[in-house]
Design a binder for this molecule. Structure first.
Ligand code: TMP
Length: 217
């Protein structure tokens, strides 16, 4: 079904895990190798999505879990429709700094929203397109909190136990779909993680070109 399409690669992890630094490094590698891709982040990446991002992260509103969850979905629907799906159809790879698993981990495992409902909404917002590969940067909450420093946004200001549930959620998701997730130790040096990520992605892309199909992913 997706044989001529690009690959959708998502990067996930708790706040402070270092995934955005790694996203930048991976982008540079892809550029150097002349591999066609676009890079996006969630929430954001569209006019509406960036406004939603500010509402979710920078505002001091206290909001219900369902409102929070649906705002993330609205941002996702915009981004998928406007950028992700057209790029994939055009044969470009898409590097996504957070995607559907963030909602399962943060609103589902973290806040207790119904996982089945989130899966349905994810399906609609992304038009059924799942990531082919998800790289999870796993780090203890203690270390992530130290890295984050004192200036925190609305989501980061959730308590320690919330972030522990999110981490546990991510690890459960990774265990339930081992063929999609690649889990990396976020406490390794930035350079070492960069090397491991690049080797894995490179092999993944090469294997896919050799088999000529993405159906099995
Ligand atoms: P980040 O772009 O710096 O990672 O910030 C995004 C924040 O939003 C982060 O705290 C994770 C959170 N988030 C959710 O809670 N649910 C979601 O579906 C997404 C995409 C992000």
């Amino acid at each position: 079904m997706f044989d001529t399409q690009g690959l959708l690669i998502s990067l996930e992890g708790i706040d402070g895990c270092g995934k955005t630094t790694q996203a930048g490094m991976l982008q540079s590698k892809l550029e150097q190798q002349g591999i066609p891709f676009i890079s996006v982040r969630e929430p954001g990446g569209t006019a509406v999505g960036e406004d939603i991002r500010n509402l979710l992260l920078q505002s001091s509103y206290s909001m219900t879990i369902n409102a929070e969850l649906l705002l993330y979905m609205a941002a996702r629907a915009e981004l998928a429709e406007q950028f992700i799906l057209p790029a994939l159809l055009d044969g470009k790879n898409v590097l996504c700094d957070r995607f559907t698993d963030s909602t399962l981990a943060y609103q589902g495992y973290g806040h207790g929203a119904d996982l089945q409902w989130i899966r349905q909404l994810n399906h609609q917002a992304s038009r059924g397109r799942q990531p082919d590969l998800t790289i999870l940067f796993d780090l203890s909450v203690k270390e992530a909190v130290q890295r984050r420093g004192t200036k925190v946004d609305r989501m980061e200001s959730n308590d320690f136990y919330y972030h522990q549930r999110v981490r546990k959620g991510y690890l459960e998701l990774a265990c339930s779909e081992p063929y999609r997730f690649f889990v990396i130790d976020g406490s390794l040096s930035v350079e070492k993680q960069g090397l491991i990520v690049w080797q894995f992605v490179r092999n993944y892309i090469d294997n896919r070109s050799e088999t000529g199909t993405g159906d099995e992913f």
